[in-house]
Design a protein around this ligand. Structure first.
Ligand code: CTP
Ligand code: CA
Length: 233
């Protein structure tokens, strides 16, 4: 496919991107994880770099090659990601939260490897909630100029359609833009393609959102460009 020549419209801007999936330790060798490959976040980091931004990638178990020309910090758990994000955004213009952050973590982390005891022994895992990084940094911004972008993979269900859930999530998170993926027809994890709409809150009273950009079915790099277009618009 022909490459579109993009403007270097992010020169002088600092962009922080989270990518991949966090892992929540259970014992020294085990964790609760998720299937995010990090492809979409890495594509956003590469696109921002190529548009002239200085980029800091916070990589949580990214399964694809890490990009050149991008400062990269590896993180493990949701708590580590939280600390790294708070540190990284102090001088950032844009934060893109593409990482799949665990919602729950084991309440206790065993210091030694968990062993089977009797023939029928099955441990019971008690889980607790992790910090909501996106909601926290949206509510406690280091400076008002920071643009905060969240991602959401949604399916319709008995309580509402994708758009309904996405508008509710945008309001709950308090971010400036929400990149919404309709995953009703099966997962996008690990696949090269994606299809998103970017929502922004409507000004004025009450909930609601407007579509500020949409990619159509496209490769993750093209989706990344759509996301960045929305942040500079
Ligand atoms: N996110 C986060 N911290 C969490 C969970 C999610 O920062 N503990 C961020 C993700 O990086 C993403 C956005 O929030 O940018 C939406 O994630 P999603 O899992 O869709 O939202 P949740 O609020 O966790 O809702 P759900 O119950 O649907 O999983
Ligand atoms: Ca979640």
């Amino acid at each position: 496919a022909a490459e579109t020549v993009r403007p270097r419209d992010l020169v002088g801007r600092h962009v922080v991107v989270t990518a991949g999936g966090t892992r929540e330790p259970l014992d020294p060798v085990r964790f609760l994880g998720n299937a995010s490959s990090g492809r979409q976040g890495v594509a956003v980091a590469e696109a921002a770099r190529d548009r002239g931004a200085s980029v800091h990638l916070l990589a949580a178990h990214v399964e694809v090659p890490l990009p050149d020309g991008v400062r990269t910090t590896r993180v493990g758990s949701a708590a580590e990601l939280h600390a790294a994000v708070r540190d990284a955004i102090r001088d950032a213009d844009v934060l893109v939260m593409a990482a799949a952050v665990a919602d729950f973590r084991p309440a206790e982390v065993a210091t030694d490897k968990i062993k089977k005891r009797g023939a029928d022994d099955v441990p019971t895992l008690r889980l607790v909630r992790t910090v909501d990084v996106l909601a926290d940094v949206s509510a406690h911004r280091p400076h008002p100029g920071l643009v905060v972008v969240g991602f959401a993979a949604e399916t319709g269900d008995a309580t509402g359609d994708v758009r309904h859930h996405a508008e509710a999530k945008l309001a709950a998170k308090g971010c400036d833009l929400l990149v919404v993926n309709d995953v009703s027809g099966g997962g996008v994890f690990g696949r090269p393609d994606n299809d998103v709409v970017v929502l922004a809150p409507t000004t004025g009273p009450g909930p609601g959102a407007r579509v500020v950009a949409s990619s159509g079915p496209a490769g993750k790099r093209a989706v990344a460009e759509t996301v960045l277009d929305a942040t500079v618009a």
